[in-house]
Design a binder for this molecule. Structure first.
Ligand code: CU
Length: 215
């Protein structure tokens, strides 16, 4: 289903497989339930009330229709846990970028002393090298913001007084929109940024053009 969700990071691809499992489970349950309803409607139509089955309880059926959904919820929880835990773990980053959210834009600090400050009128661009893992240390300078890259299926809150650390591993070259996903004041809607996923040599050239001290 590439046409439906086409994530641009390895975490996004992992989340998509979780979504497939949930969609598959949901569609299967819907087909079984609607099938049973349709079957009842057709097989038992045109009966008089006197012909209707009468019973007070059916313990075996009740245990079954409690146990099956419970087993499904436990299984879905297990699958989600197995997929999400590696996403939260910080891997072996090749670079570290410090991201600071403030009212109402973003500051990106790269290795070598490169610092890029955005404004609501001039949203900044976050450069990431393709095929590498970059650690992001996310902070907020004032209120709670949220760092969201829809194409990566990834979002983390930026909370004052706290550093949220995660990593990003983009899998596709391109330019992707990013935004603040937590209402943070008047210009919240303009608190956007762009993510430019570029080949490693272009990433290094970009840092050098910004005066990076690291070769
Ligand atoms: Cu914000």
């Amino acid at each position: 289903m590439e046409w439906l969700i086409h994530p641009a990071s390895s975490a996004g691809i992992a989340m998509r497989s979780d979504w497939y499992i949930f969609m598959g489970a949901g569609i299967s349950v819907a087909l079984i339930v609607y099938g049973c309803i349709a079957w009842c409607l057709i097989a038992y139509r045109r009966r008089t009330p006197a012909q209707a089955a009468r019973f007070d309880g059916n313990p075996r059926l009740e245990v079954l229709y409690t146990a099956i959904p419970l087993a499904m919820v436990i299984a879905l929880f297990g699958v989600t846990y197995a997929i999400e835990m590696p996403i939260d773990r910080v891997g072996n980053p090749s670079d570290r970028i410090s991201v600071t959210a403030f009212r109402w834009s973003w500051r990106f600090e790269y290795p070598g002393g490169v610092s890029v400050n955005g404004t609501p009128e001039n949203p900044p661009t976050l450069y990431l090298p393709i095929g590498r893992t970059t650690e992001i240390d996310l902070r907020s300078a004032d209120v709670t913001h949220s760092f969201w890259i829809p194409a990566f299926l990834f979002k983390r809150d930026a909370i004052p007084g706290m550093t949220n650390t995660f990593d990003l591993s983009p899998t596709r070259v391109g330019r992707f929109p990013g935004r603040c996903a937590q209402f943070c004041g008047l210009e919240h809607a303009n608190m956007t940024f762009a993510v430019a996923v570029v080949p490693d040599d272009r990433y290094r050239r970009y840092l050098a053009s910004k005066g990076s001290a690291v070769p």
